[in-house]
Write a protein that binds this ligand. Sequence first.
Ligand SMILES: NC(=O)c1ccc[n+]([C@@H]2O[C@H](COP(=O)([O-])OP(=O)(O)OC[C@H]3O[C@@H](n4cnc5c(N)ncnc54)[C@H](OP(=O)(O)O)[C@@H]3O)[C@@H](O)[C@H]2O)c1
Length: 178
Amino acid sequence: MPLKASVFIATSLDGFIAREDGGLDWLMGATESADDHGYAGFMAGVDTLVMGRGTFDKVMTFGQWPYPDTRVVVVSNSLQQLPASAPEHVELHPGPIPELLEHLQATGAKSLYLDGGKLIQGFLREGRVNELTITRIPVLLGQGIPLFGELAKDVLLQHMKTTSYESGFVQSTYRVVR
Ligand SMILES: NC(=O)c1ccc[n+]([C@@H]2O[C@H](COP(=O)([O-])OP(=O)(O)OC[C@H]3O[C@@H](n4cnc5c(N)ncnc54)[C@H](OP(=O)(O)O)[C@@H]3O)[C@@H](O)[C@H]2O)c1
């Protein structure tokens, strides 16, 4: 069975996933509601979290590793090894994406959670994203790290559903049309 690759990410209304310096204060404050906005349900459906090195660096500043029960693969071309402070079960892969996918499939992955702007952009360019769930936070940042970037050709999407939460978050799921 082919690997399924899904994105589950929060953006400002103007499309940024973090401030220029990686800051997530605008998101952390906003997510302090009791509702997890579908996160646990999404996590239950994936077996492997593939994250860019930029996202990994940020997660390492959280103090506590938030994914104790999920296989995590950090993708980096520059890192030779993960820092000693990284949890033991976290893996490192140099890419590129076709080799990464081959490795993940050969090692039992079936359903991927893609995290990190540049990582997601690479997967989109390779035509290897199946589904995107984007939660728009009602804030305009004006500048920051964008979720989307350049593409060689259009990526057609089929809208699956949109949920509007009491928190003001608006979450839309799209399937990538092949
Ligand atoms: N709002 C949200 O929900 C959300 C979610 C996730 C992340 N974030 C934030 O977004 C920021 C990071 O995003 P980002 O776009 O800057 O970076 P990113 O995608 O997390 O990481 C980029 C790095 O990952 C590696 N990489 C990505 N694709 C690769 C490929 N195909 N092959 C080899 N290496 C690859 C490269 O590392 P090397 O340079 O080491 O080669 C690249 O520089 C952080 O501040 C994070 O907190 C926000």
